[in-house]
Every structure is written in C-alpha cells, then in structure tokens.
Design a binder for this molecule. Structure first.
Ligand SMILES: [Zn+2]
Length: 168
C-alpha cells in the first residue's frame, strides 16, 4: 500500500493506493491511474468502493447504478482517477464491484474505462467533456449513453452496466 497526499475541500487527505496501481500526473490530462504490474484479460484491476446515494447529492466522480442512484464515496479513492477512453482496457463490473481487465494490461499502461458504459446523461449533471483519448473510434463529445446512435449503443453492449443494458 502506498500513500499520496491530496487536497480536497481544503483538507489534506491521505489517499491509500494498492501496490498493483499508481496515480500519475499526466500533462494536459491531470491525474490518472496506471498499472504497476501486468494484468491478464479477465483479471480484477481494482475494486470499486462507495455507497448508493441520490443523483442530486452525488459527486462528479460517482458512478450511475440506476436511473436515480449513484455509487459514491465521500472522499477521493484511487479508482476515481481512472480516466475515460473510447477504447478502454477495463470494464466496470457493478455486480462484483470491480474494474475488470478486458485486454492484457502491461506495467506503466494507463488504466481506462468507457464512462458511456455506465452514465446515461452526463450533460444533465454538467460532467460532459471533449474526449482526447486519441483512439480511432473516439466519440468526441462525451455526453452520456442516451445521446449515442443506435449503432454506437449496440457496439457497447458487452461492456454495459445492467441499468444501461435495460435501456438498449
Ligand atoms: Zn475518445
């Protein structure tokens, strides 16, 4: 376990990070989570902590679980630093509550997941953003699953949360 000091809400917090991963500052991108070891496809990369809270009281890092409930933590946790990618190397398994590798991940590779596989409407909560993941299938403005075309939604099917699967 490593510890990193992070300032949040004007308080200095000690962030505990499992040895398998590390938090790295990437210029132009901000903080990101990187692998410290090799993860095989199907392997757990990191767990997801949090409690179910109402959408209106959740933080921008919260993960959507149902139409009205989000999984959230009061303070930052290492998995909050997993950035979005349109070609991610993990998927979020909300049943096991973990980020699972969907391809082999090498040490010093950034750990990513596709926010559009859990978030229905990010525009509504002002968490939409312009993606710069650089992948050939980059979707550009990331606004939420509801804004995708039918084909784009269907392409994400194997990675979707149970809630978004119900929206297909
Ligand atoms: Zn992208």
């Amino acid at each position: 376990m490593q510890a990193v000091l992070i300032k949040q809400h004007n308080r200095l917090l000690r962030l505990r990070i499992p040895n398998e991963v590390k938090v790295v500052y990437v210029w132009g991108k901000g903080l990101a989570l990187f692998a410290q070891k090799k993860f095989k496809k199907g392997e757990k990369v990191i767990g997801l902590k949090g409690k179910l809270v109402a959408a209106s009281t959740s933080t921008p890092e919260a993960i959507q679980v149902t139409g009205t409930k989000f999984l959230d933590t009061k303070y930052l946790v290492p998995e909050d630093f997993i950035n979005h990618s349109c070609s991610p190397n993990t998927r979020l398994d909300l049943v096991k509550r973990e980020f699972t590798a969907i391809k082999n991940i090498l040490p010093n590779e950034e750990i990513t997941f596709n926010y559009l596989t859990t978030e229905w409407d990010m525009k509504r909560w002002d968490t939409d953003f312009q993606c710069a993941c650089g992948s050939p299938n980059c979707l550009g403005h990331i606004k939420g699953f509801r804004y995708l075309t039918h084909r784009q939604k269907a392409n994400l099917k194997p990675l979707l949360s149970p809630f978004l699967l119900s929206k297909l």
